[in-house]
Design a protein around this ligand. Structure first.
Ligand code: KIV
Ligand code: ZN
Length: 507
């Protein structure tokens, strides 16, 4: 028999909380929009009390999202719950998600509280949250290392106080599929009022078992899974949405589970999150990695030609992956271009479309054929564009293995051209130093990566950088068939993001 389970996506909270994954407001709104399009049941939009920026993004997501429930995290403290409700109250379906730790080690060293004190606080705060909001989720942090008998009592008390969802986090990624199955089963058998609440599971991936543990909990009766796109999250990450969803869909014969999720939006969501966080998806990553549907070996290709099911357990189309076809060239017209973009799921306003079409023509002059991936790379940032405070005008690089690299960079800011020359350890370093001299500031380069968007000598190069200033990290991305130009554009893009965010905070 099929039962439905709910997908609770925490990319914007647990995912964003992890180092190097921060997103600005525009990026979070774009991700939230995509999550809603994918029909996730619950979007955890952030931790409202954590900072004014977090509060703002939870509130704006609450205003934007219409169908999915929007949740904010809150410690089991009145001021956290007040702040969470202030932010989610604009949502059509708001949820307050409150938590307190229940394991001996957390209670002793972090909370410095006894079991009885924690139990009383949990119940009191759930009752407090319930006064504001009909939908209250309670999480017992570090549940998988908590004493099961204590956990049962806590869950019974919070359900009595009004929690309609109880979450059982494996906070430190310590449990195993068998152990977690027994824990969920134990909760179902020993919490007398469990029929009044949903059981949710939340797994971290420290031992590489987050997805297996999540699926095991579903088999034991959990009805909500907490996941993130691409598995981003604290330390080794959280259970990956795409892996849990596709495992449930592909092995429906085993799990007997139905989902509301539109899995054809998975690929798009994965690329979007990778782009806005700057966290690359490994090539052999299940479901969304570049190689996930590639069949290189002759034997496999032979089998695939005879019958796709010989080596394919799910179709690329089921996650929204279209074939990376040779599509357009220099002579392709606007109509064909627009048509292809629509086919890929991009619906741009006229102004943006004009701009991408111009960039497409420029690219087609340099590159013989344009693939879907090239188009996606061109269009990817268009909805997220920030004000280009600095624009690249020209650059000249002098480098070689017998000279010190020098870069001469010309940027434009408000119609004024600014030019600097700098030396560096290689062309990219020299270029970044010249840009810093123009901007009059210096940044820590936290990460720099280059990759080809497609195969071939004339492939489009994509550079990504992460720069750090005052403990804040900004991602930048640049595209060009010339890798130095792509790198310069990425650095300028990150600097522009930094200035735009500062301006947004001042507004
Ligand atoms: O991992 C965890 O325990 C959490 C809770 C706050 C739900 O993220
Ligand atoms: Zn977590």
């Amino acid at each position: 028999m099929t039962r439905n389970i709910k997908i609770f996506d925490t990319t914007l909270r647990d995912g964003e909380q992890s180092p190097g994954c921060s997103m600005n407001l525009k990026e979070k709104l774009e991700v939230a929009e995509q999550l809603e399009k994918m029909k996730v049941d619950v979007i955890e939009a952030g931790f409202a009390i954590a900072s004014p920026g977090d509060f703002n993004s939870v509130r704006e997501i609450a205003r934007l999202v219409k169908n999915s429930t929007v949740a904010s995290l809150a410690r089991a403290l009145p001021q956290d719950i007040d702040r969470a409700y202030e932010a989610v109250k604009y949502a059509k379906h708001p949820r307050i998600h409150t938590f307190i730790a229940t394991s001996d080690i957390h209670m002793k060293y972090k909370l410095k509280a006894t079991e009885e004190e924690v139990l009383a606080q949990a119940a009191k705060m759930v009752a407090y949250a319930k006064k504001f909001c009909g939908d209250v989720e309670f999480s017992a942090e570090d549940a998988s290392r908590s004493r099961p008998e204590f956990l049962y009592r806590v869950f019974e008390a919070v359900i009595k106080a009004g929690a309609n969802v109880i979450n059982v986090p494996d906070t430190v990624g310590y449990t195993t599929p068998e152990e977690y199955f027994r824990l969920i089963q134990g909760i179902r058998e020993n919490v007398p009022n469990i029929d009044k609440a949903e059981i949710s599971v939340h797994c971290h991936n420290d031992l590489g078992m987050a997805v297996a543990n999540t699926l095991s909990a579903v088999a034991a009766g959990a009805s909500q899974v907490e996941v993130t796109i691409n598995g981003i999250g604290e330390r080794a990450g959280n259970a990956a949405l795409e892996e849990v969803a596709m495992a449930l869909k592909t092995r429906r014969d085993v799990y007997g589970i139905g989902l509301n999720l539109d899995t054809t939006q998975i690929y798009h969501a994965s690329r979007l999150v990778s782009k806005v966080t700057g966290m690359k998806v490994q090539h052999n990553k299940a479901i969304v990695g570049d190689n996930a549907f590639a069949h290189e070996s002759g034997i496999h290709q032979h089998g695939m030609l005879a019958n796709k099911e010989t080596y394919e357990i799910m179709t690329p189309e089921s996650i929204g992956l279209t074939q990376n076809k040779l599509v357009l060239g220099k002579h392709s017209g606007r109509h064909a271009f627009e048509d292809r973009l629509r086919h890929l799921g991009y619906h741009l306003e006229k102004e943006k479309l004009d701009q991408v079409f111009k960039e497409f023509k420029e690219l087609a002059d340099k590159k013989k054929v344009i693939y879907d991936k090239d188009l996606e790379a061109l269009v990817a940032d268009k909805k997220l564009e920030i004000k280009e405070i600095y624009q690249l005008k020209e650059f000249v690089i002098n480098c070689g293995n017998v000279i010190t690299s020098t870069a001469n960079i010309k940027l434009k800011r408000e119609e004024i051209e600014l030019e600097e020359v700098a030396k560096g350890f290689g062309p990219v370093d020299a270029a970044f130093k010249a840009i810093e001299a123009i901007v009059g500031d210096s940044f820590v380069l936290e990460d720099y990566a280059l990759q080809a968007v497609t195969e071939g000598e004339d492939a489009l190069g994509e550079a990504t950088v992460k720069i750090k200033k005052n403990d804040e990290v900004y991602n930048g991305r640049g595209l060009s068939t010339d890798v130095v130009e792509a790198s310069i554009k990425a650095y300028v893009n990150a600097i522009n993001k930094m200035f735009s965010e500062a301006a947004m905070l001042e507004e």
